[in-house]
Design a binder for this molecule. Sequence first.
Ligand code: NI
Ligand code: MN
Length: 220
Amino acid sequence: MQLTWLGHSCVLLSGTKKVLVDPFIEGGSVTDTNPDIVAITHGHSDHMGEAVSMAKKTVAISEIAKYLKNKGVPVESMNIGGTLVVDGISFTMTTGVHSTSIEEAGLGFSGGTAAGFVIGMDGIRVYHAGDTALFSDMKLIGELYHPDVALLPIGGRYTMGVTEAMMAANFIGAKTIIPIHYNTWDRIAADPQVLKKAVERTTDLKVTVLQPGESLELLP
Ligand code: NI
Ligand code: MN
C-alpha cells in the first residue's frame, strides 16, 4: 500500500482501493485523486473540503452522513467505536477530543462529534487521528487495533502540538509516526524535526516527515 500525504490532514491510501481521508488541501484541489472511498473525520471545512463536490462513496459519522446524503453523496454512516467494512476496506471510528460543526452548512449543524479512523487495507492498519487533543485512550487504540502507522496532528492551537504528539506516539505504539495538520497556515506552525528527534531518541519508533504530495510505501 502507498500512503501519500497531500497536505494538511488529507491523506490518500492506495492499495486494493483508493481511500482519501479529509479531502482538503489549501489552495488546491483533490478531485483528480479519484478515490473509491472518502472518509471524513469531522465537519470543519479544512476536513470536509471537497466531500460534496466529489460525491464519492463517503464514510462519516451519522450526522455528517445525513447531511452528505441530503446533498446527493452516497454515504456509509457509522459512529464512534464501530467498525465498518466497505468494499473490503475496514474502518474503525475512534474518538477525537475536539469540537465540530458542519461549517459549510452554517450555524446550528453540529456534525456529531470529532472522530478519527483506523483503516485496514492489504494487511496494513493506518490510524488517522483527525483533529484531536492528546487523550489517554490512545493507549486503547494501540492495544486493540495495533496500527502500523499513526498520522498525528502536531500544529498546536487547535490540536495537539509536538509535545503532546510525543506522548501520543508512545501511547499508540505504531512503528511509523507521520505528522500532519501543521504549517498549512502560520497559526499552526510547527517543526516536525523536533518530534522526530525526540521520539527517535527515546523510543524505537520512527517518525517519517513527508512533504505535501510525498508518498511512503508500506509493506505488511
Ligand atoms: Ni477541526
Ligand atoms: Mn483542522
